[in-house]
Ligand binder design. Structure first.
Ligand SMILES: Nc1ncnc2c1ncn2[C@@H]1O[C@H](COP(=O)(O)OP(=O)(O)O)[C@@H](O)[C@H]1O
Ligand SMILES: [Mg+2]
Length: 417
């Protein structure tokens, strides 16, 4: 049935396999409750993957027996990253890479393009999850990658591969083997445009760690972000650059994001933001032009649209800018998304700069949250941000430390009063 006869909702029915009932009808428990003091503590050595940014996001390496979901939109580079990953990890131990999406030949072509040399890793093209589990228990690899979980299916359910029931059941089976063998397992999952159905969202509670690979499709920057981690913090972000040689680690993200900056043009402002615990400088661009519409346009890329509306409202009120008759476009260069309120001041200055047609000093960097009354609010990690700015040759900092309101900054910077 595609539609629930009770509530009328479409595609809400999920196929589930029933466990065979015990003959006596009484469950016999093999495990007994115990005190923590009775539990033997074992030290789990983390395995280094050889890709530093990946280790960072995982919390310092791969934990034995952990299950990690690597999620992202199709074509963003998940397979590329995982292939590089097994090639690195495969240098010291045996890995298993199961692909349900590409043929062995395709994988070989990709490996050649990426220049990966690796003797130990075994490749398998298989989608039947029961066969995959058998292979995993027999081969006992040090690590396994399943690309992707949406292609896995079991004959115990009748739904097609990729349906919620199949994805969930397949994950449960793989999880069991991984925990039994103490083998780290990586599941690749596609984020579907349509939303949560059959996407990685339904798996998030089953796995230990969830990392998202994100970025603008046509930009080169890729961010690897942990949204859940049972073995580490979730505030670290790995930065990569997608090239024809694969995903390259970016040790200095600010350089990548400021690479194409045009200096001394109105509407461009450099902001010191934080990605995880790491300071990153990015360029915010604004374009303010007279509107031809009754309701002016507000278009944003890389920052929250509502944030842009709030900031333009504040500027209209506090600086008496007639923004109601202007369209505003705001873009974060380099295809990165900033959700941090510390970018507010950058957005505001970029808008004023474009509106007034006055460029900012190219050696200026700014950060600070803007309140509804136009006040500039404190943000965390001020020292780190300033240090990064100094390292990249910026000499002037506009921050909550030296300005209290956006009005004050505008007067100082654009009106020279
Ligand atoms: N020959 C090539 N040269 C350069 N980049 C390529 C080439 N082939 C594929 N790519 C890049 O790799 C991306 C596909 O990455 P892939 O790892 O398959 O994504 P996913 O597994 O997330 O769907 C493409 O979007 C493209 O940017
Ligand atoms: Mg893929």
């Amino acid at each position: 049935m595609g539609r629930c006869p009770q509530c009328g909702e479409w595609n809400s029915l999920v196929e589930t396999r029933l466990a065979a009932p015990d003959k006596s009808g009484r469950a016999i428990s093999q495990t007994k409750p115990q005190k923590l003091s009775q539990v033997k503590s074992i030290k789990r050595a983390r395995m280094r993957t050889g890709i530093k940014e990946f280790d960072l996001v995982l919390g310092g390496g791969v934990v034995p027996g952990s299950v990690t979901l690597v999620a992202g939109e199709p074509g963003i580079g998940k397979s590329t990253l995982m292939l590089q990953f097994v090639a690195q990890a495969g240098k010291s131990s045996s890995c298993l890479y199961v692909s349900g999406e590409e043929s062995i030949q395709q994988i070989k072509i990709r490996a050649q393009r990426l220049g990966l040399k690796n003797q130990e890793t075994l490749f398998l093209t298989e989608t039947n999850v029961d066969s995959i589990c058998t292979q995993m228990s027999e081969l006992k690899p040090k690590l396994a990658v399943i690309d992707s979980i949406q292609t896995c299916w079991t004959s115990q359910l009748s739904g097609t591969a990729g349906s919620v029931g199949q994805v969930r059941e397949s994950t449960a089976k793989l999880l069991k083997v991984a925990k039994q063998e103490g083998m780290p397992l990586f599941l690749v999952g596609h984020v579907t445009k349509a939303g949560a159905i059959a996407g990685p969202k339904i798996l998030e509670h089953m796995v230990d760690t969830v990392v998202y690979l994100e970025g603008e499709r046509f930009g080169a920057a890729r961010l690897l972000r942990a949204t859940k981690n049972r073995f580490g913090a979730t505030d670290e972000v790995g930065v990569f650059e997608m090239t024809d040689k694969g995903m390259m680690e970016v040790t200095n993200p600010s350089r990548l994001f400021l690479r194409e900056r045009v200096k001394k043009v109105p509407g461009s402002v450099v902001v010191a933001t934080l990605e995880g615990t790491r300071p990153v400088l990015v360029e915010i661009q604004a374009l303010v032009v007279p509107t031809t519409l009754a309701i002016p346009r507000r278009i944003s890329q890389g920052i929250d649209y509502r944030r842009l509306q709030v900031i333009s409202a504040v500027l209209t009120k506090q600086l008496k800018l007639p923004l109601a008759t202007f369209d505003i476009y705001v873009n974060v260069a380099g295809g990165i998304r900033i959700d941090e309120p510390a970018s507010d001041l950058g957005v505001a200055l970029a808008i004023i700069s474009s509106f007034r047609g006055i460029p900012l000093d190219p050696k200026t960097v700014c950060f600070g949250e803007i309140g509804l009354l136009g006040e500039i609010r404190e943000v965390s990690q001020t020292a780190k941000r300033k240090k990064e700015a100094k390292k990249l040759g910026f000499t002037q900092v506009i921050s909550p430390e030296n300005f209290t309101s956006v009005n004050q900054v505008a007067r100082k910077v654009f009106f020279k009063k």
